[in-house]
Design a protein around this ligand. Structure first.
Ligand code: TEU
Ligand code: CA
Length: 565
């Protein structure tokens, strides 16, 4: 297997590559770890850093070179770590700084670089900055946060609503003022109009970079430039200036990887964030292919059925818009989203075939692929019977809020089953022993009962498993530059069940065909492609190395054919 060109050597080509815009990480695949649910090493039912270290050989075998590590910092865990009380200390339940430094070192020995989660739109209300800020209006830390006087009627300054339900303003009795929180009441927003906040965050980031991390995933980065009084939360006028300032003060000096979470991003925004000359980020997470299946009114709590035509249109839009400028991130799921095979594939008879199709489709697009823990074995959504089994603050808060507004229990449970964040947070399924080998204790959230069938041990033992399919895709990315730099050219655009495209680089052409349905299909091949033949790089059924007038596709059949070799 082609060894991944370690960062050091790539760096030299990087300098040369710079001019060509090539980056050391362009042929890398990222694996996202949600530490609370990945691996528990001490039996307290909560995943931890030593648990992650114990699985580094597994990740090296998969071939990934970057780990996006969701937060492990000190936190009261109101939002499972996305509420940080100390950016430079590790939550006791996850381990210690020494263990974190060991994880960074041991990962690097395996050519794996850690992306830390940077959560600086807000802190925890237990962060010393906020505790100081609460002490008095003229406390030097008061202006680290966003305070407003009550409205004329003595109520909240405006009707801004928190993403986690209720008002986005919380009243502080002591000062008679309200503070802003876009997420939970225990996640007060930082004031990014305050240069002292800039300095604090930049210094913290540089101290983490000095520990040898590979870069940052940036939480809701599109919200830090907010213009509160104008109720412009995303894409505020200072946003890009703030990101460029952050780039120049911290990661821009090296060749760290940075990916910004930007729910509001359009292709034009993405070009601002990730344009080579922009000195901002490497790429952003945009969510058009997620939001398109949310109900206009009920949002994620009422799912719209998957519909391929609009899905293809969104993916094609982003592939085309960032073809020569900017860089796409590629993902089907993460720790906030439902499982990929449940959302876009088939959990039943065709779970394996559809999971492999989704993997091939994602990894054959142009951009950086992200694998969310468990996706590589086809883990599915969970359907806990009662709301009491749920742990996610967003689901629990919105369940209460919507029921109070008259939505039925049944409808909200349906919404939570379809799009709730706990779907992604059930323990990683390592084997068929009790609690899926995740813990010898009582897991913090119930293991998905299908772990006896769906687990890593079974996948490793099955040569034709989803896991080995992912391993092959990760390896192909290092062998075939057309997969990394090939232009995206849609084909069969009007086909209602098949999503197909070409990737073209110099004389190389890779044809990718995916049946997104459980149907057997007769696919008529366009005239100019009928005698195409070559090397089938990957498929989830019998390899296909030549086309014809038409081909019979199996349910969820997917293959990538390197033409003319
Ligand atoms: O997510 C931003 C965000 O808006 C999602 O939390 C939320 O799920 C939304 O409803 C989309 O479904 C980021 C983190 O990824 C998330 O885990 C945190 O809870 C949130 O920010 C606050 O830090
Ligand atoms: Ca533990």
């Amino acid at each position: 297997m082609t060894r991944f060109v370690g960062r050091i050597s790539a760096a030299s080509s990087d300098k040369k590559g710079e001019k060509s815009g090539k980056k050391w990480w362009h042929n890398a695949v990222v694996y996202q770890i949600y530490p609370r649910s990945f691996m528990d090493s001490n039996g307290d039912g909560i995943g931890d850093i030593n648990g992650i270290i114990s699985k580094l050989d597994y990740l090296q075998q998969l071939g990934i070179n970057l780990i996006w590590l969701s937060p492990v910092y000190r936190s009261p865990m109101d939002d499972n770590g996305y509420d940080i009380s100390d950016y430079e200390d590790i939550a006791a339940e996850f381990g210690s700084m020494a263990q974190m430094e060991s994880l960074i070192a041991q990962a690097k020995q395996r050519d794996i670089h850690i992306l830390m989660d940077l959560v600086v739109n807000h802190t925890s209300d237990e962060h010393p900055w906020f505790i100081e800020a609460l002490k008095s209006k003229d406390n030097p830390y008061r202006d680290y946060y966003i305070w407003r006087k009550p409205a004329a009627d003595g109520g909240q300054p405006n009707d801004f609503h928190s993403y986690f339900g209720g008002s986005g303003w919380a009243f502080d009795e002591a000062s008679g003022e309200y503070y802003l929180h876009q997420f939970s009441v225990r996640q007060p927003d930082l004031n990014w109009e305050n240069p002292r906040v800039h300095g604090e965050v930049h210094a913290m980031m540089n101290r983490w970079l000095a520990k040898g991390i590979g870069g940052f995933r940036m939480d809701v980065i599109d919200l830090i430039g907010k213009e509160v009084d104008a109720q412009i939360m995303a894409n505020g006028k200072n946003l890009h200036a703030l990101i460029r300032q952050m780039n120049r003060a911290t990661f821009g000096k090296g060749d760290a990887v940075t990916v910004g979470e930007a729910w509001s991003a359009t292709p034009a925004d993405a070009l601002l964030y990730s344009g080579v000359e922009r000195e901002e980020l490497s790429m952003v997470f945009q969510f058009d292919h997620i939001k398109q299946f949310w109900d206009e009114h009920a949002g994620k709590w009422r799912s719209k059925p998957f519909e391929l035509a609009s899905f293809k249109a969104v993916i094609e839009k982003w592939q085309t818009a960032l073809a020569h400028q900017g860089w796409n991130s590629l993902f089907w799921s993460n720790h906030d989203l439902p499982r990929a095979v449940s959302k876009f594939g088939d959990e039943g008879e065709f779970r394996v075939a559809s999971a492999k199709m989704l993997a091939t489709a994602l990894h054959c697009l142009k951009g950086t692929p992200y694998i969310y823990q468990g996706e590589e074995i086809g883990m599915t959504n969970v359907r806990y019977e009662t709301i009491d089994e749920y742990r996610d603050i967003e689901s629990l808060n919105l369940y209460q809020e919507r029921l109070a507004e008259g939505v039925s229990h049944e409808e909200m449970m349906q919404g939570i089953h379809a799009n709730g964040r706990d779907n992604a947070r059930t323990p990683m399924q390592w084997d068929d022993s009790p609690n899926a080998g995740f813990t010898t204790g009582t897991p913090w959230i119930t293991v998905n009962p299908n772990y006896r069938e769906i687990n890593v041990a079974a996948a490793l033992a099955e040569p034709d498993s989803i896991l080995w399919h992912y391993q092959k895709l990760v390896a192909l990315r290092k062998q075939y530059p057309v997969l990394v730099y090939g232009d995206f050219q849609p084909v069969l655009r009007e086909h209602p069940q098949v999503f197909a495209w070409l990737r073209a680089l110099d004389s190389e052409r890779l044809l990718v065909i995916n049946n997104f349905t459980a149907e057997h299909l007769t696919l008529d091949i366009p005239h100019q492609m009928q005698n195409w033949h070559g090397e089938c790089l990957i498929s989830n059924y019998a390899p296909r190395d030549r086309l014809a007038v038409s081909i019979e596709l199996q349910p969820y059949e997917s293959f990538a054919l390197l033409i003319g070799r």
